[in-house]
Ligand binder design. Sequence first.
Ligand code: SAH
Length: 468
Amino acid sequence: MNSVPTRNQNYPTFLDLNDRRVLVVGGGDVANRKVERLIGSGAQLHLIAPTLEPSLKALSEEHGISHHARELEDDDFNGAALVFAASNDADLNLAIAERGHQAGCFVNVANTPTASSFLVPSLIDRSPLLVAVSSTGASPVLARLLTARIEAYLPHTYSELGKLADRYRDRISSYIPDWRKRRRFWEKLLSGRVGELMLQGRLKNIDAAMQSALKEFTDEKTTGEVYLVGAGPGDPDLLSFRALRLMQQCDVVLYDRLVSDAIMALVSKSAERVYVGKQRDNHAVPQESINAQLAALAKQGKRVLRLKGGDPFMFGRGGEEIETLAAEGVDFQVVPGITAATGCASYAGIPLTHRDHAQACLFVTGHLKDGTIDLDWHALTRANQTVVIYMGLVGLPVICEKLIENGLPQDHPIALIAQGTRSDQSVITGTLRSLPGQVDDAAIKPPTLIIVGDVVSLRDKLAWFETR
Ligand code: SAH
C-alpha cells in the first residue's frame, strides 16, 4: 500500500492586505491569475518580471500596479507580507520560494502546494461574505467541485444581505447594547422577513422594513407570514432552492397527502406539523378551515409553511388560500413548484410537445362529479395536441369512452403514470380502448396522471427513469 503523506492542518485566515507589500514574481498567465485575485485587496502590489504578457501589462497599467522590469533581487523581499512565485517555469518558482522562505516571507508557489507556506483557496464571493474552500493541496479538483456546489446553493443576494448587516451594525449595537439580545435580533432579522426580502432581491423598501423590524423587536411583538410553497411531484431533488429555504425556517407546516415523506423529512425539525390532507370523497379538513387556520397562525406571529404537492396554482386551490390571507391583511409569498404534468412527463420520457406530434398541450381535471365529468370533449379531441388529465384515475373508463365518442381513434395512444418521479414510479401505456382494462389488472394506486396523445409513443425510445 502507498503511504499517504501526513499533512499538518492548515490554519485558515482571511488576511487584511491593505497597504501591505505583496510580490508577484512572473509575467505570464499564472501571474495574471494571481494579480486578478489580489486587485481589490488594497495591497501594494509589486510585479517583478523582465517582460509582461500583453493582458497582464494592460491589467497592471489599468490598476496602477508597480512593474519592475528585471529579475527578482533579494532586497525585494524586505517588508513583503506575501510572495507569489508565479512564473510559468516550475523550477524557477521553486528557487524563488527558497529565497523567499529564507527571507522569512510567506510564499505561495503556483501549482505546488508542497513548496508553499500558504495556499490560496477556491472562493465563493458574496462580498462582504466570503466562503473559502481548500483541500490543503490534496485535490484541487475536489475543492473546485465542492465550490461549485456551494456556489449554486448561495443566492447572489447574500451579498446584499451582508452589506445590509454591515450598514446597520453600529446603529444596532448602540440601540441594543445587550449582546445576547442583539444576537437574537440579528438571527430573527436575517432569517425572517427582512432577510427574505433581501434574498429575493426586493431591496426597495428595505430601510423601512429594517426600521419596523427594530420597532417590532423592541416592542416584543412579531407578525407572521404564510409561505405557500409548491413541493413538486415527489422527488425531493425537484424542490426549488427557495422552497427548501422556507421549509427550513418555518415554525409550523400545514401539508397534504400529496407531499412525499422524503420531502417532509426536509422540513425544519422544530416545526409543528399539521396534516390537512384530503382523501377522495372524504374532505378531511374543509378548505375554509385551512384558509382560516393559515391566517390565524400567521397572526400569532408564526412563519407558516403551506406545503402543497406540485405547483400551488395548478389544481391546488392555492389561489383560494391566499385570497383569504389578502383579505385579512396577512403577508404571504408564493413559491412555484414543478407540477405533476411536467414532472411525470419528464420522468416517463414523454415530451408534452413535439414538432412532429403536438403543438399544444391542455391541462384538465378528470374529477368525477355525480358519475360524470364536465369537460369540453370537443376541445380535447383536436388534432396535434397533448391532453394531460389530473385526478383522472376513477374516471378513466368514462374519459376513454368520451374521447372515442368525440372522434379520437380507438388506438389513440394514452399513458397512465403512477407515483410519478418517485422511486416507485410506474407507467402503463396503451390505447384509449385498452388502457382501462390494463389499469384494472395492475391494481394501480394514486396519485396518477394521464397523458393522451401521439407523444406517448415516444416513450419507447425516451424512457430513462425506470430503466436505471
Ligand atoms: N397541485 C398539484 C396537483 C394537485 S391535484 C400539481 O401541480 O401537481 C392532484 C392530482 O395531481 C392527482 O390526482 C394526480 O393526478 C396529480 N399528481 C400529483 N402528484 C403526482 C405524482 N407524483 N404522480 C402522478 N400524479 C400526480
